[in-house]
Design a protein around this ligand. Structure first.
Ligand code: BV8
Ligand code: ZN
Length: 268
């Protein structure tokens, strides 16, 4: 067929589109791949610089922060600056439209870049008639956000987006209440996910007829098991990913293309 995208050879896209339209209840699970076309490097595709030298599993841990807070903050400050220079891509915008148009859609993300939230504000600004307040509550950031910090001592959290001077321990952010070191308010390996957020994600997944899995290798738990909850309650998976993932074998439709191209066509 003329103009067919390489990733839509087997005609899975129209079938997946129909399933999405007919579904009562949709849960979306996204990972780093949904932000790839915004220029945010994913975890497992070798980037450049600091990232290539260290495995995220080595830096995104409480042990790494206790051992070398300066180095961990250097990695996070680099990522914050990288993300600040990025914009939501058509994949984020398509998912924001889905959230605004359907109250039975919940977006569960593993990403800490805040791009889904920015896309939702951008889409809502362009469509004055919608009420983004409700949609905002249906975006569940399982692993926290780069743009908040919390005290490693007393736990006090606050929004924080300005650059951090990571040249020495003495210039890292400190809590104004107990003076302990502040850390990025993200969930590190070995740390529990925010219980209420995770419970809401599992509840939405349990009543969803479709789980739309976008841009995740599906290797990190318990996030990846959001998809399993939908399957176990009789729902089906649609996967959008140029490559196979740990969830691919259980997907009813596999759309092997970049999210920025596929999602605007899947969610028209
Ligand atoms: C916990 C925040 C317990 C920080 C992150 C053995 C077996 C099972 C589990 C474990 C195990 N050993 C340890 C565990 C538990 C561990 C875990 O799952 N480890 C994995 C590595 C095996 N999990 C934990 O530690 C969790 N906590 O279990 O606590 C507990 C309970 C109670 C009390 C105390 C303790 C915490 C996990 C959260 C870690 N934090 N992020 C930060 O970001 O800095 S994880 C981080 O990595 C992300 O958030 C995300 O979850 C993960 C990255 O995965 P992806 O998003 O999938 O990205 P990836 O690069 O892997 O893949 C990108 C995909 O995109 C690819 O498939 C690619 O093909 C695709 N793609 C590329 N381009 C595009 C695209 N797709 C579409 N379009 C494109 N253009
Ligand atoms: Zn404190």
């Amino acid at each position: 067929m003329p103009g067919r995208r390489p990733w839509d050879q087997d005609g899975a896209l129209p079938a997946a589109r129909a399933a999405l339209l007919e579904a009562r209840g949709i849960v979306v699970l996204t990972g780093a791949g949904v932000s790839a076309e915004s220029g945010v490097p994913t975890f497992r595709e070798p980037g450049s610089g600091l990232w290539a030298r260290y495995r995220p599993e080595e830096l995104a841990t409480p042990q790494a922060f206790a051992r070398d807070s300066r180095l961990v903050w250097e990695w996070y400050d680099m990522r914050r600056q990288a993300v600040r220079a990025c914009a939501p891509n058509p994949a984020h915008r398509a998912l924001a439209r889905l959230l605004l148009e359907r109250e039975d859609v919940t977006l569960v993300t593993q990403n800490v870049d805040g791009l889904h939230q920015r896309a939702l504000e951008d889409e809502a600004d362009e469509r004055a008639e919608t009420n983004p307040k409700d949609a905002r509550t249906r975006v569940l950031p399982l692993h926290g956000t780069l743009f908040r910090v919390k005290c490693s001592g007393c736990g006090r959290a606050r929004d924080h987006a300005e650059p951090v001077d990571t040249t020495s321990l003495a210039t890292l952010p400190r809590c104004s209440v107990c003076d302990d070191l502040e850390r990025p308010d993200v969930v590190w390996f070995g740390e529990p996910l925010p219980a209420v957020t995770l419970e809401r994600a599992f509840r939405a997944a349990g009543v969803a007829e479709i789980c739309l899995v976008v841009g995740t290798s599906g290797q990190v738990h318990p996030a990846a098991s959001v998809a399993t909850v939908t399957l176990e309650s009789g729902g089906r998976l649609i996967e959008v990913n140029p490559h196979p993932s740990a969830l691919s074998p259980r997907a009813a439709w596999r759309l092997r293309g970049p999210a920025g191209e596929v999602l605007p066509r899947l969610i028209r």
